[in-house]
Design a binder for this molecule. Structure first.
Ligand code: DQA
Length: 151
């Protein structure tokens, strides 16, 4: 099958611990489970999956995709970097690939420090609070965006 589009699913610090980490907040699925489900749910999409605990590596991956070309969008769960990384915000601003910010939990219904995202303003949209489904909704948002673009 020829892929309609290529999407990078980018995860930041602590998301490697999904499944074990605070399951009452983040659910029992591992990141591998979530990534597998995405691949199964969207067979027409070619995915690249990347997770890192390091801020700089997240930035490098974004730039790599931008320079390589061929990516129509990024679904990004930046973890705690969401709340304070101006470097990540600047990196998202610096690339032309649309980035959708996603969170498993509803960051607006949690501690005060999680209620502000420094990256939302430079992302095309935010999906927060739907568990693993937030990633699926992020992919759908990118698909809808691409189909709305003039040829
Ligand atoms: C998170 C929310 C962040 O506040 C937190 O630091 C995470 C996960 C989420 O997916 O709900 O690591 O991004």
């Amino acid at each position: 099958m020829i892929s309609a589009m290529t999407i990078l699913v980018l995860n930041g610090p602590n998301l490697s611990r999904l499944g074990k980490r605070e399951p009452e907040v983040y659910g029992r699925q591992t990141l591998d489970d979530i990534n597998r489900e995405l691949t199964e749910s969207f067979p027409e999409i070619s995915f690249e999956f990347f997770q890192t605990e390091y801020e700089g590596k997240l930035l490098e991956k974004l730039f790599e995709c931008e320079d390589q070309g061929g990516f129509q969008g990024v679904v990004l769960n930046a973890g705690a970097l969401t709340h304070y990384s101006i470097a990540l915000r600047d990196a998202i601003s610096a690339v032309t690939i649309p980035v959708v910010e996603v969170h498993l939990s509803n960051i607006y219904a949690r501690e005060e420090f999680r209620r502000h995202s420094v990256i939302s303003e430079v992302c095309v949209g935010v999906i927060s609070g739907f568990g693993a489904n937030s990633y699926h909704l992020g992919v759908r948002a990118l698909l809808a965006r691409v189909s709305l673009e003039p040829d």
